[in-house]
Structure formats: C-alpha cells, structure tokens
Design a binder for this molecule. Structure first.
Ligand SMILES: [Fe+2]
Length: 306
C-alpha cells in the first residue's frame, strides 16, 4: 500500500501523549541511530515501537540520524547556494501567493526584525518554484519520514501554496565563520511536531568551534556537534530548547567567504496569508547561548554584545 494511504498511528499516539502532559522544554539525551534503521522503525515498526519513539521524543530525546544524506549531495547544496549568492541579488519576500525563491543575509542589523537573534545567510526555496539546485525530489524523500513521524500524511503540504495557509519551505543556511549563530529558542509544533535539521558540514573539518546545542535539566548543555558528521540529520520535538553557538567566534567576519557551517532546514510554515502567524519563540535571555565545545567542563556563555 502507498505510504500516503496508510492510516498514521502516530497521530493518535501524539494526541494521547499531548493530553497527558505538557510539551517538553528541555532535552533529555542524544540518541544516535542509523537513518535507515530509524526510517524502517517509523514506517514499518510495530505499534509498540512507534509508541516508544514518540514517548522518547516527548520526554525530550534528540535523535541524531547517521548517514541520511549523501556527502556529494551535501556539497552540491552548498555549491548551489553559493552560486545563487554570486549570481542573484539578495532580497526578501513575504510568503504570499507566488512568492519567489530568495536569499537574505541576516546580519547584526536585520536580525532585529526577527523574533530570535541570529546571524545567518539563508537561501529559501519553495516547492511551487523552479528547483535551481535539483534537490526537491531527493529531499522530499527524507522529509516525508518526519511528516509521518509527526502524525501527518507523508506528503502533507507538498502541493500547497501560500493561500492554503501552510507551506513547505526548504532552507539552506550558511552560518558564516566569525559571526553565524542562533540564540536559544523553540519552534512552533502545530504544523509538524518535530524539527528537521540536515548537516552539510562538520566541526573540526569545516569550522573549529560552535555548533548545534540543546538545553538539558539544570542548565546543562547537550553539544550535538561532537557526534555530527556531514550527511547526518537530526530531529526532536519542536518545543525543546535549542540554538547554534557562534561559529569560529575568534575569526574575523567576511560575508564574501563561504567558510563556516552549512545546514539544511526543512519546515512547514504558516504562510503570510495567516493573520496570527506562529513563528519561533525566543528564550535567549533566560537560556544564554554557550561557547562550544565546552573545555575542561567549564561552561562559558557567549558574549554577543560585540
Ligand atoms: Fe529551531
């Protein structure tokens, strides 16, 4: 039977969990598993296996899914985005009907327009537009797993356009060395429940310091980049607090260089046709961004006043 026709048991599992206890805010532990194995469990596992996965995510566990994307494909995404940066002007568009693909450098000034402080160069792509990097098909194959896991149809929203209220947005992100970071926040869960990260670069190869983190109990930090390699993907319940520690803070920023950390973000957003659009919620003042990696067990918090 085709996946999109299968009754998704995750939907009822989530409803029962969400009725019983509040949504998770803090991470519990990092679970490292091969993408292939996880995919098998999500799509074809028994009811008990699925329930276990959902329960664990709802307790705040973070799943690092190894070898999800081919390394050549990751390179192609970076090269493709960088070519767009060279060829096409930066811009910004609200997600309304016929919104084009665009890219935007969110620097110290522009970040003030957003709900969370961050510095990044984001390349946005929408499924109703051309696919300049030839990536939609390959990425959708992965994306469907997370939609299904979140209790939605595997192909939910794929045909939507902004007037439908919820749309799929592909994002390739460059966190430039010497500047890129994202303060502690959580994400809306109503359209997808689990967040989806794809890692296109890795610490100690492409950058030395910084990376993806979660907040655990007692203000402890889960430093994910210890285990992340290019091609891995990651998921957690959307309300668990996370962020990106500044990449190579000691470097001098050069926005014309592609050095730094690259990431693939997949999100089903409310479009700008929705009046009270739900977006990211900042927790950055209470949960400061740490410097990573943590050296000699000493947690240093990032000074972003510079
Ligand atoms: Fe996020």
């Amino acid at each position: 039977m085709k996946l999109e026709r299968i009754h998704n048991k995750f939907t009822e599992i989530w409803h029962s969990l969400e009725k019983k206890s509040p949504k998770p805010l803090l991470a519990r532990k990092l679970i490292v598993v091969d993408y292939k194995k996880f995919e098998e469990q999500v799509f074809h596992g028994s009811f008990q296996t699925r329930k276990k996965i959902a329960q664990s995510l709802y307790k705040g566990d973070v799943y690092l899914l190894k070898k999800a994307l081919n390394k050549k494909f990751c390179e192609k995404l970076i090269k493709g985005a960088w070519k767009i940066n060279k060829k096409e002007k930066k811009g910004f568009y609200k997600i309304k009907e016929n919104c084009p693909n665009f890219h935007r450098l969110i620097d110290y000034k522009i970040t003030k327009k957003y709900s969370s402080n961050h510095i990044k160069h984001a390349f946005y792509f929408f499924p109703w537009n051309k696919d300049p990097i030839n990536m939609y098909k390959k990425i959708y194959k992965k994306w469907r797993l997370f939609k299904f896991l979140g209790g939605f149809k595997a192909k939910q929203y794929e045909e939507n356009t902004p007037k439908d209220g919820i749309i799929d947005r592909f994002q390739i992100v460059h966190y430039p060395a010497g500047a890129g970071w994202l303060e502690t926040h959580n994400d809306p869960w109503h359209n997808q429940r689990v967040i989806i990260s794809g890692f296109l670069s890795e610490r100690n190869k492409d950058y030395k310091t910084g990376g993806f983190y979660y907040y655990k109990k007692n203000k402890k930090i889960l430093d994910c980049d210890y285990q992340i390699q290019t091609g891995d993907m990651l998921t957690s319940y959307a309300t668990v607090l996370h962020g990106v520690s500044q990449i190579d803070s000691s470097n001098k920023i050069n926005y014309n260089s592609s050095k730094g950390r690259w990431f693939l973000g997949l999100y089903s957003n409310d479009s700008d046709h929705i009046k009270k659009r739900k977006t990211t919620m900042s927790w950055g003042k209470k949960f400061l961004t740490p410097e990573l990696p943590i050296v000699n067990n000493k947690l240093k918090l990032l000074d972003i006043s510079k």
